[in-house]
Ligand binder design. Structure first.
Ligand SMILES: Cc1ncc(COP(=O)(O)O)c(C=O)c1O
Length: 445
């Protein structure tokens, strides 16, 4: 019998919190409460240990409850809990920007701070549009996203995003002047590919079609996730991102990589753009920046973009954009401590050394009942299940629930089970994750 860690909440006490991206009534009828976390594990309110197969929500890359981060945050709270960054500064904001610039892909050494992935995306979209105006091409306002893309929940991110449930309610309120590339998921050609699929680079040429339709002179930016996470782990075909880069260069379109989940070591290099050797003009990050401990995001910009704004009278504000909590000192302290851990423990490249073992482990699920695809890259894995007739997502949700009951946390999106464990995962934990998921899939009709 496990000890109860926190008091169980009554039905009434569950009502007030309107939970995000959650089936509220279903959850509140049968809550899944987390009460404590350490290393690779959560503990439920009733004291059950749960292996974290998703790094919280793709963010706790260095594992839970890292003492160094707690200490840095505590110290900063005691020194200066808040300081504005509008027309004022504080040293660790600059220190953090420099540290991030050192990690960044070539030339991406100008950093704008936000508080989340959604804010990073909306910031990057605004920077792209304002950049063109600053260089005398103010008619370039059109944005190109991609089907099945997820770029958070701001109006900009939602509009360039391509997940129908996130969009359909808000149809007429979308940002105007947005178009979408086709997604790159093709199970017919690429099922059970290990790593990046060989088929599909030509899908990037669809950008030329959109340019022919709208004219390059109207297009500000293209935004894609190097690897789509939220739509169920969709990998870029070999050569696809390079082709997008070439087309954007040819037509002077800003290329934005949304690295909110791929940033900070997820695919074996600090950023996916480094792993795939394609450098964007703007890069959005959040999540792993502070190991999920304090909300923070950052947009990385090529210096040429920043420089384009640095003109006109010196007393003029160059970009009318920012958040009260941009470069919040406590978040900066958390991020600096996180970067120290990443450096000391080699976590930003650890996924590369585990990738082979991880790949074999997740692909061992090929052949299980209802499994129609397995995908992997770095420390990301996905198992796609055949949907139940007329009940999309039901089978995968049942698998998610049973895994949780058996002590493993995975993520369900549609009929895909996604895994993205903390980068500190050990072999025996990879084995437990995959063994549990395997047994659950076998037991699920
Ligand atoms: C690629 C991508 N962009 C943006 C976001 C939004 O981040 P947040 O939830 O921090 O606003 C996410 C969140 O999962 C994401 O995966």
């Amino acid at each position: 019998m496990n000890a109860q860690l926190t008091p169980a909440l009554s039905h009434d006490e569950l009502d007030a919190f309107w939970m995000p991206f959650t089936a509220n009534r279903q959850f509140k009828a049968q809550p899944r409460m987390l009460a404590r976390a350490q290393g690779m594990h959560y503990w439920t309110d009733d004291g059950r240990e749960v292996l974290d197969g998703v790094a919280g929500l793709w963010c706790v890359n260095a594992g839970h409850a890292r003492r160094e981060i707690t200490e840095a945050v505590t110290k900063q709270l005691g020194t200066m809990e808040f300081a504005p960054t509008f027309q004022m500064g504080h040293p660790i904001a600059f220190e953090l920007a420099n540290r991030l610039a050192d990690l960044a892909p070539p030339g991406m050494d100008r950093i704008f701070f936000t508080n989340s992935g959604s804010e990073s995306v909306d910031t990057a979209l605004k920077i792209a549009i304002a950049y063109h105006r600053a260089r005398g091409a103010g008619q370039r306002t059109r944005l190109i996203g991609r089907e099945k893309g997820y770029h958070g929940v701001g109006f900009g991110g939602m509009s360039v995003g391509g997940m129908v449930n996130n969009r359909k309610t808000f149809g007429a309120s979308m940002v105007p002047g947005v178009d979408h590339l086709p997604h790159t998921l093709d199970i017919e050609h690429n099922a059970f590919t290990r790593g990046l699929p060989q088929w599909g680079a030509h899908l990037a040429n669809e950008l030329e079609r959109l340019i022919a339709l709208h004219d390059a002179s109207t297009i500000a930016a293209v935004i894609v996730e190097p690897i789509s996470g939220s739509a169920g782990v969709i990998l870029p075909p070999v050569g696809y991102l390079k082709r997008l880069r070439e087309i954007c260069d040819k037509h002077e379109i800003v290329l934005i990589f949304d690295e909110v989940i791929t940033g900070f070591g997820r695919v074996g290099k600090p950023f996916a753009s480094l792993a795939f050797d394609v450098t964007p003009d703007l890069m959005t990050t959040a999540k792993g920046l502070t190991n999920g401990s304090i909300p923070m995001g950052a947009v990385f910009a090529q210096r040429k973009i920043y420089d384009a704004f640095m003109q006109g009278p010196e007393n003029s504000i160059e970009l009318f954009h920012g958040y009260t909590y941009s470069a919040h000192p406590v978040a900066c302290a958390a991020a600096l401590a996180t970067l120290d851990i990443y450096a000391k423990e080699g976590l930003l490249t650890r996924a590369a050394s585990l990738a082979g073992e991880w790949e074999n482990a997740v692909h061992s699920m090929r052949g299980l009942p209802h499994v129609i695809d397995v995908r992997n890259c770095g420390l990301i894995g996905a198992v796609e299940l055949e949907p139940r007739a007329g009940k999309p997502g039901a089978r995968a949700f049942e698998v998610f629930l049973k895994c949780f009951e058996r002590g493993v946390m995975v993520r369900q999106t549609g009929d895909v089970i996604a895994m993205s464990p903390p980068l500190i995962i050990e072999s025996k934990q990879i084995a437990k994750l995959v063994e549990t998921l395997t047994s659950v899939i076998r037991d699920t009709a």
